[in-house]
Structure formats: C-alpha cells, structure tokens
Design a protein around this ligand. Structure first.
Ligand code: PRX
Length: 696
C-alpha cells in the first residue's frame, strides 16, 4: 500500500536539514511505523497514550468499530474504560509534569499591528479555571452544550477549555456566520448558553457580533427555543461606558498576577454600542470578578462528547459533527507533533480561524497537548498591507507556519516583493490545508516564502476526520507539488470505482477509508442515521470522504475535489443546496441552481442561476438584493460571485437539473458531452447567450 521506493527525481525536500532532530527522519522509518500502526494499533496508540494522564486506564482493545452498515449500526469506540480530562492534560499536566508553566502558550496578535499580548500556560490555566467556575455558576453541567460565537481572542480558547474542564460540550460557530446560521446551530445542538463578544475588527471593517448574537437569540425565541443566558466579552469596548452595559471593569490583577492587559493601539476606533437585555445578558468580566481560580476537572469517560462543529451537508442543512474525548486528544496531539515535526523551541502559527476544524485541532488542541507556543492572529493577511503575515513571522520568529491555498494565491498576486521585505529566517516547515493546492501556488510558496529551504506539508483532512489523514511528514516524505502524498499513521485509504471495487495501482476514483483512526467523528449530533447515510451507505464497509482522488504510479494520492454537490470557496465547504434555498426564499425567485466556477484565488466561486417568479423582471437592484439575502442567511463567505437570470434551467425529462451542463455554461465551455436526456435543449443556448462575464 505504501510504495517500497519513492522517486528520487522530480521531487522536493526543502534544503534545511530537518532530519537530525526529526521525529520521523526517513521514508523507511515512516513506512515501518506506518505498518506497525496498522498491524498493531493497540501497541502503536497504546505507546502514545502513555504520555497522557488517565484517571482510569482503558480495558480491552484500543479501537472497536463497525464500518459496515449491512452488519448493524456504525460505531467507533476508542479506549473503553479509560477516563481523563483534556483540559487537565493540556494545561495542568504540562505545567506539572513538563514544567511548562512559564512557557508562552499564545502570542496574541490583534487586527491592528501593535495590539498584542502573551499568555503563559500557567496564566491560561488560571483563566480557564475561573471561567469554568463562571460556567458552573450559570448552571452548566457535564454533557450540556454551550454555543460560542467569538472573535479570535485568547478568551475563545479560554471558553473552549473551560467547557472541557467541566465536561460541557462546546459548539463553536464561526464569527463570520450570519445570525440565522447561528440560530440554526444553537437550536440543533440545544445550547442553553451563548458566549459572545461586543464586536471585532477585520481589517477596517467592524463586525458587531453582539447585534448578530441578539438577532439569533430573538430568532431562537420566536421558534420556541429561548436561550437562557448570553455572556458577552468586552473585546472592543474596554473604554466604553461600562455603566451603559451594566458591567464593572475587568477584575484587578487579582488571580492572574502576570496577566498583561491589552494596550489598544487605535483607541480612537469607534466602539460598538451594545444593546443590553438584563434578563439574558451577562458581562464576562463582571462574572470573573467573583470566580475562584480553582476548579477540579471533571473526569469523563473516553467516548464522552468533546465538541460539536457544524459543517455543510449536501442536503443544505448543516451537520453537527461530534468528536469525542480520548481519541480526538491523541490524534490531534500526534498529528501535530509528527506533521509539523514539533520541537520544544518552535513557535508555531496556524492562520485559520478557531471557528473551523483547523483552528480546533491545530490552534487549540494539538499544539496545547504538545505544550507548544503558538501565534493566535485576529486579523487578515492583507491588513494593513500584504506583508502582514511575514511581518508577524519575523516578529515572533515563527518556525512552523500553516495556512490555506487561497491565502497563498491571494498573496501571490502581489509578487515576491512584499514577502522579501521580511527575512523569514526562522521558518522551517510550511503547511497548507483546506483545498487542493495548484502546483503554481505550491511552487511560489516553496520558492518565494520558504526560499527552497522548507518542506511543504499539504495536509488533506476534513471536519469529520478530526485531524490530518493524508499528509507528508516534513523530514521523511519526498514532495510532489499538489499531492497530499501518503496516509498518516493508522489511516488506510482506498480508491473505489463506481461499483465499489477497490482499484489497484495508478487509478482515479472515490477516496474512502477502510478502518477508523482515533480522531474520526463518532456521529452527526442528534441524527445517527444521517451519519450512516452520508458516510457509510454508498460503499458499505468504508468511510466515504466525498472527495475524488487519483493515485499515481509512485503511489502518491492527489485529491481531485468534491464529487458531491459541495463547493469549496476559499477552503470553506458550502453546499449548493444551502445557497439555493437562501435564494429561493426571496419572493422574486421561483427556482435556483448553484454551481462552482474555478476562481484564481478562491479556488471556486459561486455561480448562481435564478429563474424568476411570474411577472418579475431582472435588474441590478434585484441582483444586489439576492446577494445580500444569501449573505444574511448564511454569511459573507457564501456571497454569490455571479448571478444569472435563467428563464429556464436545463432539466432531464424526469425534472432533475443537469448541473454538469450548468457548470459548463458558467465556464463558457461549449463541449457539453451527452445531452440527449435534456427535456428542452433550447434552454442551453439561451443560457450561453445570457452568461455573466464579470462577477457581480
Ligand atoms: O474537499 C476536501 C477539502 O476540504 C474538504 C473538507 O472541508 P472541511 O471539513 O471544511 O475541513 C477543511 C479543513 C480540514 C475535504 O473534503 N480539502 C481539505 N484539505 C485538502 C482538501 N482538498 C485537497 N487537498 C487538501 N489538502
């Protein structure tokens, strides 16, 4: 399965000699360990588990599972009988056993250059314990769900870990999502508490988070699901009129003597006026004043739910992906250590938002489990200018850097000069995630950013997989630009044809996995049937990723993109159904069909065809309204790039929209293949004639 030999020519390594200190220093070592991880998972993972704290040890086999729907319910269980607490492992255990208390856990870098602070492991523990006590004081108990809608601030990590300390389950909603998306997620996960902030700046743009949170809570209430309390962090309004908020000032440096206070650079920035409902709203800082910084961790069994994170589903309704305690902890810790070849003197920076799985696994859990020092960045790669990333790399001497292809393509447009303004001497490993990286972007990243010194780890994974599943290891794997290379330890990929047969050798087909690894999702929250249908029904016995993939003659895996009705816009998955339903909710729209059109920076852009209701005429005002409608229903990431008036849509005789044809129209490709099943082929010519040429 893993090739005996990897090519020596036409592959890349990076010129830095990482092998001397690397955890996995050669392809042979990777291969040996990989075989061990597959043949003796108990021994492999059991050895790794020894580095963690267990209140009670596990009994029986390491992983128990059924992936075959025809043989009964699909399940995965890891380390039955064991109990632990992830927050205890990440903080207390690292402080006590590894003496990391004074090490920096996070360098927080604000949107505005100069707004920064750092937090040590000990400080983080104090703050987490305090906030865990706040949660308890609000009646949150083990197993309760807490919704979090916050910007990229240290308090977001504090909130996550505080939940886990008391066995509560966090459900983070990316702060770029709309009020409606937040409401949908709060209701689906039945959260009784919402944590949010007054607002934040992304570049020059003020996001009034509390206003959106209020709107979401009102919607929840209207739909018969009143959320009991909303705790608001004052992130921007530190100098605002506290009285108006019903808040006191943040606590004096009582329980965190070393805690640095934020020094805002741009004090003149407008601060949002925050509406306040004393029946629901509570001030984060006021609650902290009364909270003790001692909080015994709640010991939870291995399969205790850790968090829910929503991801787009092809039916349109987002799926609450559920991850559980022990397996996720071990898997994110191990992938982080091996894939970034984490070493104690590293400064690691992942530019993702914690609201996505990349942030969960590789800003919070994986790095903290290793006692790593990370940069936590609130801002944008282009603000105040396109050198910001490299300025931050030099400021903190970042050694391992992890970002998305869309960010690379965006920065590539500005050439090498903004990169070369900064030295970047500290960099050792570069990573990418979120979508296929085109070889051109890969080479720019490798040549210009890494100056041919740094290997690039192109990590393929999903919200569902919890951590990396196909990935190079930086000192071991010869790299091919655009390939996620080989499986991580414990992961067994296969490529299937349409009939579900496993293909051998070089081939192309459906990417599936044959057995679980500790970090794989356990269910769709509240809907196990949907979990089975989505991932296990098409090919019984396999986890189906939904991605297409090619395996080349050297055994390298190349992801070819989604094969379901999902789009990947700037590394974010969106379902076409979700966007279509937002469009048809507008009274002017009778029918909508959305497809992806390749985009040089975003990977894919949204091309929407709309058929209008009787008597409605298409114009720019309507176009703007539709765009706004989608943004408000889903969030800014789903804003359509193109909207085309489509008096008719290409349909089969049975009435199914032929998206394949629409994709060709969006790209102006006349070679349509077989269209004999089309009910009315004149529609197609009409659509070609009315194509949108530029983005709206
Ligand atoms: O299509 C694949 C793409 O992103 C999808 C997963 O999206 P999400 O659950 O939002 O998680 C993104 C971050 C892990 C996958 O099904 N994808 C992710 N990483 C890669 C990728 N496609 C190609 N290469 C990658 N490295």
């Amino acid at each position: 399965m893993i090739p005996d030999k990897v090519p020596k020519e036409d592959v890349f390594h990076g010129s830095l000699d990482l092998k001397k200190e690397a955890h996995i220093s050669s392809f042979e070592k990777y291969k040996d360990l990989y075989l061990k991880s597959i043949e003796s998972p108990d021994e492999f993972w059991g050895g790794i588990a020894k580095d963690f704290f267990w209140k009670t040890k596990h009994t029986g086999q390491f992983l128990d599972y059924n992936f075959d729907v025809t043989k009964g319910e699909v399940f995965v269980k890891c380390m039955e009988g064991a109990s632990t607490n992830i927050c205890y492992n990440l903080l207390d255990y690292n402080i006590r056993e590894r003496n990391l208390g004074n090490n920096v856990a996070f360098y927080w870098e604000g949107n505005e250059p100069g707004d920064d602070l750092s937090v040590t492991y000990r400080e983080l523990l104090h703050r987490v314990c305090q906030f865990a006590n706040v949660l308890k004081s609000q009646g949150v108990k083990k197993g309760d769900r807490v919704s979090i809608y916050m910007p990229m601030v240290v308090e977001l990590v504090v909130a996550m870990l505080a939940c886990t300390r008391i066995g509560a389950v966090h459900s983070i909603v990316f702060a770029g999502f709309s009020a409606e998306s937040l409401c949908e997620r709060i209701m689906d996960s039945k959260c009784s508490l919402l944590l949010t902030a007054d607002g934040f700046y992304r570049g020059d743009k003020l996001i009034q988070l509390k206003l959106l949170a209020d709107e979401a809570l009102q919607k929840c209430k209207d739909m018969g699901f009143p959320v009991k309390k909303c705790i608001m962090l004052k992130h921007l309004s530190k100098e605002a009129e506290d009285a108006a908020l019903g808040c006191q000032s943040p606590p004096a440096k009582r329980s965190c003597p070393d805690l640095q206070e934020k020094q805002w650079v741009k004090k003149s920035r407008p601060v949002p006026q925050v509406p306040w409902n004393p029946e629901v709203d509570l001030c984060w800082h006021t609650l902290l004043c009364d909270a003790s910084d001692e909080c015994e961790p709640e010991w939870c069994e291995s399969e205790h739910p850790l968090f829910i994170l929503y991801t787009s589903g092809s039916t349109g309704k987002p799926k609450g992906v559920l991850h559980t305690l022990s397996g996720y902890m071990l898997y994110t810790a191990t992938t982080f250590k091996m894939v970034f070849d984490y070493q104690p003197d590293d400064v690691y920076w992942c530019t993702a938002d914690i609201g996505w799985i990349t942030g969960h696994s590789y800003i919070t859990y994986g790095p903290l489990a290793n006692g790593a020092t990370s940069v936590l960045f609130e801002g944008l790669p282009t603000y105040p200018d396109v050198s910001r990333m490299w300025e931050i790399v030099d400021k903190y001497h970042v050694t391992k850097f992890y970002t998305a292809p869309t960010a690379i393509r965006l920065l590539m447009k500005y050439g090498s000069e903004p990169v070369q303004k900064y030295k970047r001497e500290s960099l050792k490993v570069l990573g990418t995630v979120g979508e296929p990286i085109n070889p051109e972007a890969w080479l720019w990243y490798y040549n210009v950013v890494g100056e041919k010194k740094c290997p690039i780890v192109d990590t393929f994974w999903q919200t569902e997989t919890g951590g990396h599943v196909l990935t190079p290891l930086p000192a071991a794997t010869p790299l091919k630009p655009g390939s996620a290379t080989f499986p991580f330890f414990g992961v067994v990929p296969a490529v299937l044809n349409e009939s579900g047969e496993e293909l051998e050798g070089p081939c192309e087909g459906y990417l599936v996995f044959k057995q679980p690894w500790p970090g794989v999702m356990r269910t769709v929250y509240g809907n196990h049937q949907r979990f089975e249908t989505t991932y296990f029904k098409k090919f019984p016995g396999y986890y189906v990723t939904g991605d297409g993939c090619r395996r080349d003659k050297d055994g390298y895996y190349w992801i070819t993109g989604r094969i379901d009705d999902m789009l990947n816009v700037s590394g974010h998955l969106l379902s076409t159904a979700e966007v279509e339903s937002a469009l048809v909710e507008h009274e002017a729209v009778a029918e909508a069909a959305v497809v992806g059109r390749p985009h040089p920076v975003k990977g894919e852009s949204l091309y929407c065809f709309v058929t209008l209701a009787e008597g409605v005429t298409y114009n720019h005002t309507l176009e703007a309204q539709l765009k706004k409608q989608v943004r408000e229903k889903i969030g800014a990431i789903a804003t359509p790039d193109y909207i085309q008036n489509a008096p008719g849509l290409p349909k089969t005789r049975s009435g199914k929209i032929m998206r394949r044809v629409l994709r060709k129209i969006a790209c102006n490709e006349r070679d349509l293949g077989d269209i004999s099943t089309l009910a009315d082929s004149s529609v197609v010519e009409q659509l070609f004639q009315n194509r949108c040429c530029s983005a709206v």
